[in-house]
Design a protein around this ligand. Sequence first.
Ligand code: NAP
Length: 316
Amino acid sequence: MKVLIARPMTAEIEVRARRDFDVEIRESNTPLTVSEMTHALQTFDIVVPTLGDRFNADVFAAVAAPQCKLLANFGVGYNHIDVSAARDAGIQVTNTPGAVTDATADIAMTLILMSARRAGQGERLVRSGEWSGWHPTQMLGQHVTGKSVGIVGMGRIGQAIARRCHFGFGMDVCYVARSEKDLDFDATRAPDLTAMAGMVDILVVAVPGAPETYHLINADILQVMKPSAHLINIARGEIVEETALVQALETGGIAGAGLDVYEFEPAVPESLRSLDNVTLLPHLGTATAEVRTNMGHMALDNVSAFSKGLALPNPV
Ligand code: NAP
């Protein structure tokens, strides 16, 4: 079976892939172009795509009888793949859940602390050579311990963030999700997102990107947040209406934001980059060598199962 891996991977994953499969590993770190995607669907039995590879309905429609029967996505988020169009084309889709959970929750905590404690701004101050020294009212931020956090999407990552907030920082946790969760720590399910946004000190976005979550955090939600509150997004950029966020940050509608993802990623508007009260990370959620290797193994486990005719471990 011919396999295409859409990006260079960690050494351990490339060694396994070359050992176990008839594989081509693309050398570029940029997303697949439309012609590369259609060519891949025509030529390879299995493709391992990732974030940015926009397998939308038009791409599947452009290939009459695809050779490819599996998209083994590298990553838990698969909103770049039109899964129902893939299914209609006879192509199954898998992802890499679980492998990403703790690392992404850690980045959420990084952003909570950086935003509330103005760490990015402080770091820029020291680097600038302009720091004039400690004084009692220098760069006062928001205390984190004991505050309230609202988790939007209490799934694997949402729960991992909630655990860190509850056990590590003594925070009151509330959440919205489609279903009630059976948790082994105190957390309250909020009546709805608007009510929760108005109550909490920190609002964390951890829902998948999907048509139903597009601009879930919009001007109306930002408007009900406390002026002292912080918004954290580690999920997908398009869940937050970026222009509304810029306005809320510029006008003091909210105190700050911590972002790992962007609406038009990798483009980050100057209006956002010029603000001091926003912490901007370059989509670092899963960016550790061991996590990327674990994700790679999970993707290859799906490739392996498919090539042996076994049940797929992680179908979506
Ligand atoms: P998950 O386990 O599927 O959890 C998603 C949660 O969102 C579930 O609790 C689900 O509710 C809830 N949800 C879905 N649609 C909703 C809606 N319309 N309104 C309210 N809640 C909704 O997914 P996960 O593993 O935690 O990952 C979440 C997302 O994080 C991924 O899809 C990915 O896009 C993103 N991510 C980002 C990074 C990064 O590098 N920054 C890394 C990994 C993942 P139910 O449980 O009731 O169904």
